[in-house]
Design a protein around this ligand. Structure first.
Ligand code: SF4
Length: 281
């Protein structure tokens, strides 16, 4: 058996100092908690590298993306003429993504288009089970046109790997598609102008769980002014869609406050449970 040599590094990134069993046939779910870390034994095995990285593994993790039937991808908002067309639903789905991306690329709906280097549309698997939503592009994202590529992005990548989720398996987007100058907080009118793009992305991806990263994302997705510390650690539902939503701290906050990593770890475990529940259901 080949062992993944990197998993302990990813767990250390999250300040998690113990191994967690990947398969626990002899333990009830109640024992799978941070309070009951599993001591490494012969029965505790690290995740194999190919299990961790390959979405096409013959025994894929239930946390990884699953194939979605084309008929489930058709939005009810598509015009009936398109739904009845001889062209496949997949054709219209691809077209919808292209149109949305083009709309963002040429958007001048708020003043941020004047100072952006490039818009940051979103990245990852457009049929993902997991969708992560952050706040807005930073300096690195503004240059590269991709969300979460700076230090906070590297931490997010490692956080996801710690739960056996390569980031390309997930879909990652932001509330705002253009960088606010100086990384200031998004203004309410900017959020109002930009969030229809995110709403459409969620509609197209149809994730099994949404993880809001930070207060700005959590407050918009949950339509609340409650502070992030009181939102995290709980299961919400995204706008009566049945999609579970978990709020947690933004990775940039975790860089400034490493002590909060353990809470983010717990939040990710809760999101994992949402995925398992959806697979079981
Ligand atoms: Fe358009 Fe959003 Fe960029 Fe404003 S932030 S210009 S609404 S894409």
């Amino acid at each position: 058996m080949s062992h993944n040599p990197y998993l302990s590094y990813y767990l250390n990134t999250m300040d998690i100092k113990f191994w967690v069993r990947r398969r626990l046939p002899e333990l009830p779910p109640s024992e799978l908690s941070l309070e009951n870390p599993v001591t490494p034994t012969a029965a505790t095995h690290p995740i194999e590298t190919n299990e961790l990285l390959s979405p096409t593994s013959q025994t894929p993790s239930p946390l990884l993306a699953e194939s979605v039937q084309p008929e489930t991808l058709m939005s009810p908002n598509f015009p009936p003429t398109q739904r009845n067309s001889a062209l496949s639903p997949e054709h219209f789905r691809v077209q919808a993504w292209q149109e949305l991306q083009q709309q963002v690329a040429t958007c001048t709906a708020c003043e941020l288009y004047q100072t952006r280097t490039r818009p940051v549309f979103g990245t990852g698997n457009r049929r993902a089970q997991w969708m992560f939503v952050g706040e807005a592009p930073g300096a690195d994202e503004d240059v590269q046109g991709e969300p979460f590529v700076g230090r906070a992005g590297k931490l997010l990548t490692n956080m996801l790997l710690a739960i056996d989720l390569p980031r390309e398996i997930a879909y990652i987007a932001n509330i705002l598609k253009c960088r606010p100058p100086g990384n200031r907080n998004p203004q309410p009118h900017e959020v109002k102008c930009c969030t229809p793009f995110l709403t459409r992305q969620i509609e197209l991806v149809q994730p099994k769980v949404i993880v809001a990263l930070g207060a700005v994302a959590a407050r918009f997705l949950l339509d609340t002014e409650t502070e992030i510390g009181k939102l995290r650690g709980k299961r919400f539902e995204y706008q009566n869609t049945g999609i579970p939503l978990i709020a947690t701290y933004h990775p940039a906050y975790l860089l400034r406050n490493p002590v909060a990593k353990s809470k983010s770890w717990q939040d990710l475990q809760l999101a994992c449970q949402m995925i398992r529940d959806s697979s079981a259901g």
